[in-house]
Design a protein around this ligand. Structure first.
Ligand SMILES: Nc1ncnc2c1ncn2[C@@H]1O[C@H](COP(=O)(O)OP(=O)(O)OP(=O)(O)O)[C@@H](O)[C@H]1O
Ligand SMILES: [Mg+2]
Length: 352
């Protein structure tokens, strides 16, 4: 039996590829909305499965969309609920920051567009900014974050350090000089650069790529520099992620040995960024089904044996990992091929 887990301001779902992070994160959002919580689920998953699960259109990416429980079930007398969902689009986050701070930037800058693509390297950093923005709004009881697998998850954890380094280094001081000047060229671009190393690099780049590229590059850096305050403000998130009072961590795995080994290695790599309230969610498990499987004397011995062997196997797994986690929770394998149905069935598993 799962012990029902109290919701926190931030809830993070992480794990390796394809184990069910997005499905379980969405099921948690549905469950929390059903018990009356205001919930936002943000996905920084580049595979955009949430888009399919929640019927999110291309035009809704980067914007908050309200999802009605009707999408998952329509039962007479069932209480209707809803939760908000957001598919990360870094360029939209930057646009929002610009509006908030009254910053005018050329959002058509090609380098900025590349950097802000979901795979452009800033997705994880921008998601920290986005998370901070919604925490500040105090609109939600819980903000659920569905993270990408593997290295991108580590990038997310390191986002705070990256923000810090980016704005702290003398590299950025160069762009600070330019950020108050509208026309870079007229101010003698290279002559006013403070670092000779960067000077050399940019002159080399200019020779190879032409001055349009270099100007676009500098323009893009200035755009990011102008949004500095919003980035630095988001650094406080890093501390909240380490606080049990603020954040629940859910490490998702399926029951295969390979997936478990990968999950434990991810946990070890993430250790310095997370808190001790980490729950291991074992997805696609048989335990919930087996536990309810009632056999009577007329049943064949083999069936009884099979039930006991399978139960014992999963229980042994639980015992093996119990010490490293606050709880080990089993989520059943759902025998149908509709992802919406998976979300609906799994939302019930959070109740117990
Ligand atoms: N308990 C379950 N029973 C049956 N199918 C499931 C279950 N959990 C997830 N699935 C299905 O498994 C597939 C992968 O799930 P999901 O996309 O949530 O994984 P993920 O960890 O988010 O993947 P990625 O690493 O690509 O982001 C989906 O088709 C989903 O509907
Ligand atoms: Mg996913």
């Amino acid at each position: 039996m799962n012990l029902s887990i109290k919701n926190k301001n931030i809830e993070i779902f992480c794990g390796t590829g394809g184990v069910g992070k997005t499905t379980l994160a969405t099921s948690r959002a549905l469950y929390l909305s059903r018990i009356g919580k205001q919930v936002l689920v943000i996905t920084i998953d580049p595979s955009k499965r949430l888009k399919q699960v929640l019927d999110i259109d291309e035009s809704d990416i980067g914007k908050i969309k309200t999802i009605d429980s009707d999408l998952f079930y329509q039962r007479k007398n069932a209480k209707k609920t809803s939760f908000d969902a957001l598919l990360m689009a870094p360029l939209e986050t930057l646009k929002f920051i610009n509006q908030l701070n009254n910053i005018s930037n050329n959002m058509q800058n090609p380098i900025l567009k590349i950097l802000m693509r979901p795979s452009g390297g800033l997705n994880e950093i921008m998601s920290i900014v986005e998370l901070n923005r919604h925490l500040q709004s105090n609109k939600y009881d819980s903000i659920i974050l569905d993270t990408p697998p593997g290295q991108n998850f580590i990038d997310f954890l390191e986002a705070g350090e990256k923000i810090h380094n980016f704005f702290d280094k003398s590299f950025m001081e160069i762009f600070k000089k330019f950020s108050n000047q509208s026309d870079i060229k007229s101010h003698g671009l290279f002559s006013s650069l403070v670092s000779s190393g960067i000077n050399k690099l940019l002159s080399y780049l200019e020779k190879v790529t032409g001055d349009i590229f270099v100007n676009n590059f500098i323009d893009a850096m200035i755009s990011i520099y102008k949004a500095k305050d919003s980035f630095l403000e988001a650094l406080s998130i890093q501390e909240q992620l380490k606080t049990s009072k603020k954040c629940n961590w859910f490490l998702v795995t399926s029951i295969e040995q390979q997936k478990i080994t990968e999950a434990l290695s991810l946990k070890a790599n993430a250790k310095k960024y997370i808190n001790d309230d980490i729950h291991l969610l074992v997805n696609k498990s048989l335990t919930p089904f087996l536990a309810k499987w009632e056999l009577n004397a007329a049943d064949e011995d083999q069936l009884l044996n099979l039930k006991n062997i399978l139960l014992k196997k999963e229980q042994r797994f639980k015992d093996m990992h119990a010490h490293g986690f606050k709880q080990v929770l089993f989520f059943p394998e759902i025998l149908c091929d509709s992802p919406k149905r998976h979300v609906f069935e799994l939302n019930k598993a959070w109740e117990n």
